[in-house]
Design a protein around this ligand. Structure first.
Ligand code: 5GP
Ligand code: ZN
Length: 113
């Protein structure tokens, strides 16, 4: 997808600190951390947001969560972590390529602000 920073990262046109990748999924550190550990897990194929998950593409979402569990173990987020996806304007989505923020290393309030 043109004009998509995360597609640029997948295609290696833009650098990122990559934590994990396979044929379908990629994980890399967020450029602007909001927690001691803050990385993003994405589908390599361009899916716009959570609102666009359907029967055709939901397999990769399951795989993303497997990767999240593996990386949480690897990064020793043993006391807990938060997974967030922002879908659409009201949620504050700024990059229109489905991504899951994984946040750890501090306490997170509930409900969120
Ligand atoms: P959103 O606001 O859409 O939920 O999250 C987008 C996230 O992508 C933000 O936390 C932002 O810091 C991150 N981000 C935006 N551009 C880049 C980039 O070029 N590289 C990396 N690693 N993260 C980015
Ligand atoms: Zn994209």
């Amino acid at each position: 997808m043109e004009d998509c920073v995360f597609c640029d990262i997948v295609n290696r046109e833009l650098k990122a600190k990559v934590l994990y990748e396979n044929e379908r999924v990629m994980a890399f550190y967020d450029l602007v951390s909001v927690a001691p550990v803050h990385f993003l897990v994405i589908s390599k194929t361009h899916i716009v947001a959570a609102k666009a998950i359907d029967k055709e593409n939901s397999g990769v979402v399951a795989e993303i969560f497997e990767v999240i569990a593996e990386l949480a173990k690897k990064l020793e987020l043993v006391d807990g972590f938060r997974v967030v996806t922002n879908s659409g304007k009201l949620a504050g989505q700024t990059v229109k390529h489905l991504h899951f923020h994984v946040l750890g290393g501090r306490v997170f309030e509930w409900p969120p602000g």
